[in-house]
Unconditional design. Structure first.
Length: 468
């Protein structure tokens, strides 16, 4: 059976144009918002039933863990959904000044704090995703088809163009949904490489860099009258010896999400006692001290699929027209740096840009869009990829580790930045701007910072005692 979605004709990308998005995770939702500007109508296909309230669902198990929306991600979300920041606030998401309200224990000591405008709303992934979904559901030309799985691509006779997807809500029944553009946003476990092979294309080469990390997270009710001058605590791991770290953050509903982080296979336990013991064993027991008398309101959730993996669609010499891959389906990161949703937002903006260019090049066709988009997206992925993987490469046991002279220089330079961050609040702020993705890593090489780093590294007497 071939279902043709009935669209109102506005004539943007062609007449009666229809885009299909696979997956209602953050990248699917954000891409959908952008597609609404360019297509007459749109369908999001999601294999889960989507809850009305903020709840974890099967397809996004990582939502049980801390999900930080970086400043750049927040800015893009506000651009796509004006007023969403205010809605987060109304929903109880506290505002957090990263440079004064997060305690950060880096490898050298506690970072030097001072107030700044690096402020984000701190919320759970479930709350954020639910808000975005609600915003999208107000568009009458956008339809969600839920509890339905995409099982493959439909292509034209020559397999040069994707013309739709095969979907099924039950194992036995399968139908096809026609589309002018198919966007794969089905996440880390995307089957797109296999679907492409099935219609005669090569699967993309994949780069995997795995430091074998794991999270265990438990949610707590913040005790009544709890007083602290922080809203979050970050305890970084310390290669090569200390594989353990932790994260505590205040989110909506007066809750804390406490995460134990293990690297190089030092996986944190998922039983309550083991979890607490792990947090107590960190270089500082501050997170443990905060939560030890708080009431847990969830089990301890574990997660171990943390590798960085990049499907290089941009390197394929041939790709069918009418197809885009986005989000974790292209590049998934070790979540240590909290980049995933922000990179999804960047992907959505890149798609918008490419579609605008497309309209100028050839208003009635999507020819060339696939290759242009995947290549532009790859350029945007370079910096976040470099940041995460270069840190993961500090562990000798990291699979796919590439240690060249550049990585070693980067490590040395970043060590100096972290060391300076302990004494110099201005440098710490510069570092945070990069972490929050509002500045490129290259900004840390600005002449004034470079000069400080060089002077500091020449004066060995300024190196403080490392914490434990
Ligand atoms: C433990 C952990 C912690 C993280 N912490 C952070 C953080 O702090 N900050 C941050 O920004 N990012 C974080 N991330 C990353 C973040 O979750 C993702 O990068 C981000 O959600 C974008 O993912 P996505 O939408 O591409 O894929 P997903 O979120 O995985 O969504 C994919 C969707 O596609 C659906 N789907 C899959 N296959 C099909 C199919 N065949 N048919 C129909 N539907 C399908 C799934 O059900 C799901 O809804 C974390 C990740 C993990 C694992």
């Amino acid at each position: 059976m071939f279902t043709k979605v009935n669209c109102k004709t506005i004539n943007r990308i062609g007449k009666n144009s229809h885009a299909v998005v696979i997956g209602a995770g953050m990248s699917g939702l954000l891409a959908s918002r952008v597609l609404l500007e360019h297509f007459d109508c749109e369908t999001i296909i999601e294999r889960d039933r989507l809850p009305q309230q903020p709840e974890t669902r099967r397809g996004v198990p990582q939502a049980n863990h801390v999900h930080t929306l970086l400043l750049q991600g927040q800015q893009i979300l506000e651009q796509l959904f004006p007023g969403i920041e205010a809605e987060l606030t109304t929903g109880g998401a506290p505002s957090v000044d990263w440079s004064s309200e997060y305690y950060f224990l880096n490898v050298w000591g506690w970072a030097s704090l001072s107030p700044s405008d690096l402020i984000t709303r701190s919320c759970s992934r479930n709350f954020l995703e639910c808000l975005v979904r609600k915003r999208l559901s107000s568009y009458t030309n956008l339809k969600f088809i839920t509890a339905t799985q995409v099982r493959g691509l439909v292509s034209d006779e020559s397999n040069s163009k994707i013309t739709g997807v095969q979907i099924s809500s039950h194992k036995e029944s399968e139908e096809q949904l026609a589309a002018d553009l198919v966007v794969d946003a089905s996440g880390r476990n995307s089957l797109l490489p296999k679907w492409l092979e099935k219609i005669g294309y090569q699967a993309p080469r994949q780069t995997v860099i795995n430091s074998f990390g794991g999270y265990s997270t438990c949610w707590y009710e913040v005790p009544e009258n709890y007083q602290a001058d922080w809203k979050g605590i970050v305890v970084a791991t310390k290669p090569p010896q200390d594989k353990r770290g932790g994260f505590l953050c205040l989110v909506e509903g007066n809750r804390w999400a406490a995460t134990a982080i293990g690297t190089a296979k030092d996986y944190p336990p998922t039983d309550q006692d083991g979890f607490m013991e792990f947090l107590r064993s960190l270089r500082t027991p501050l997170i443990y001290e905060a939560i030890k008398d708080a009431r847990p309101i969830s089990p301890v959730y574990g997660y171990r699929r943390m590798e960085n993996s990049w499907n290089h669609y941009e390197k394929l010499s041939k790709l069918p027209e009418g197809l885009i891959a986005i989000g974790d389906a292209v590049c998934a990161f070790n979540p240590h740096y909290g980049q995933g949703m922000t990179v999804s937002a960047l992907g959505a903006l890149t798609l918008d840009l490419c579609l605008r260019e497309q309209l100028q090049r050839s208003p009635d066709s999507l020819r060339g869009l696939t290759k242009r988009f995947q290549s532009k997206l790859a350029k945007r992925l370079k910096n976040p990829w470099l940041m995460t993987t270069s840190e993961d490469c500090r562990w000798e046991t990291t699979k796919g580790r590439q240690m060249n002279i550049l990585t070693k220089l980067m490590h040395g330079y970043m060590d100096q930045i972290l060391l300076l961050s302990v004494k110099d609040a201005k440098i710490y702020k510069k570092f945070l701007e990069v972490v929050l993705m509002v500045k490129a890593p290259q900004s840390l090489f600005a002449p004034n910072i470079l000069a400080k780093v060089l002077m500091h590294s020449l004066d060995s007497s300024t190196v403080p005692q490392q914490t434990k």
